[in-house]
Design a protein around this ligand. Structure first.
Ligand SMILES: NC(=O)c1ccc[n+]([C@@H]2O[C@H](COP(=O)([O-])OP(=O)(O)OC[C@H]3O[C@@H](n4cnc5c(N)ncnc54)[C@H](OP(=O)(O)O)[C@@H]3O)[C@@H](O)[C@H]2O)c1
Length: 281
């Protein structure tokens, strides 16, 4: 297996290009999944306060003999805490039993609340205080990002958005790139690969590269410059999803996958999503 790739963020910090997502996994499941993941080489875990499994993430880290500073931990601020991000981060740190996290993300912009610029100002202070090494956002559209920049002068290191072959978000990805924001793909496997893994184009690439459809899709994210966080609690899939560093897709095959884009959202639209209780990732 080849060496995993590391991305340099705009603030100079380093982040693994491939990590493990843990949405919809219980505390018990994440402990096992993270042990498997660390043993095969993952060094990045993506959780969130609303996933209710930060305690399990922290437990797995404490049980591991890999030094804390070698593992990149992301968590997210839920929609009902935009006004008190500082207290919410401390609560996440308490559940994780950590002194700092590597990346703190605003989970959704919730434009109807219109608090995300104030939240971003709190994030800037949390970074300065060393409680999170990097700060970023999820599900922000260009207009939301423009406001952060015009009102604070500081761009997020990461914009984590729904991105998979059926919903490629090329305009937003390109805008992020122009502004030194790394795009991170959520639901990178389009939630289990329905309509993607069995697509003849993906199947033919799997044969060509002697890889599985999931590995082809993950490689497409990496070769397109995105960070990806496929979720699995199945040991064989956790391994399979990380076994992608011994090949690259040729340019013409990236173009082939571009043809799968039908703009199909699996999650909510960030412009209208304003729920504060439901867990939609
Ligand atoms: N910021 C946000 O708003 C947001 C929203 C959604 C998700 N996320 C993050 O992104 C992560 C990934 O997204 P996601 O969980 O929605 O979807 P995903 O990673 O695209 O797909 C996960 C699903 O695919 C299955 N799977 C994993 N590897 C597979 C493989 N090699 N072959 C076949 N099936 C496979 C998993 O099953 P098993 O687990 O049963 O193996 C699970 O059902 C989340 O866990 C979360 O960390 C963020």
């Amino acid at each position: 297996m080849g060496q995993q790739t590391i991305i340099k963020l705009v603030d100079g910090n380093l982040m693994p290009q491939l990590g493990l997502g843990v949405w919809q996994a219980s505390n018990e499941q994440v402990v096992k999944a993270i042990h498997t993941a660390l043993s095969v080489g993952y060094r990045s875990i993506d959780t969130a306060a609303i996933y209710h499994n930060e305690t399990g993430v922290g437990k797995a880290l404490r049980e591991s003999d890999i030094p804390r500073e070698e593992i990149f931990i992301t968590t997210k601020l839920w929609n009902d805490r935009h006004h008190d991000a500082k207290i919410a981060l401390q609560e996440s740190l308490d559940r994780l039993q950590l002194d700092y996290i590597d990346l703190f993300l605003i989970h959704w912009p919730v434009p109807q609340q219109d608090k995300y610029v104030e939240t971003w100002k709190q994030f800037i202070e949390l970074k300065e205080a060393g409680l999170t090494r990097s700060i970023g956002v999820c599900n922000f559209h260009i207009e939301h990002l423009q406001r952060l920049f015009s009102e604070t002068g500081i761009v997020p290191a990461i914009n984590q958005i729904e991105l998979h072959p059926l919903m490629q978000q090329r305009q937003l990805h390109s805008w992020n790139a122009t502004h030194h924001i790394i795009t991170e793909s959520w639901s990178p496997l389009s939630r289990g690969g329905k309509g993607v893994f069995d697509h003849p184009l993906v199947e033919s690439l799997a044969i060509k590269y002697d890889k599985t459809p999931a590995q082809i899709v993950i490689r497409w994210h990496l070769d397109s410059g995105m960070i990806a966080i496929p979720k699995s609690i199945t040991p064989s899939r956790i391994k399979e999803n990380f076994d992608v560093f011994d090949f690259r897709l040729e340019k013409e095959d990236l173009t082939t996958i571009a043809r799968l884009d039908i703009g199909k959202r699996l999650g909510p639209n960030p412009d209208t999503y304003n729920l504060t209780v439901l867990n939609l990732g």
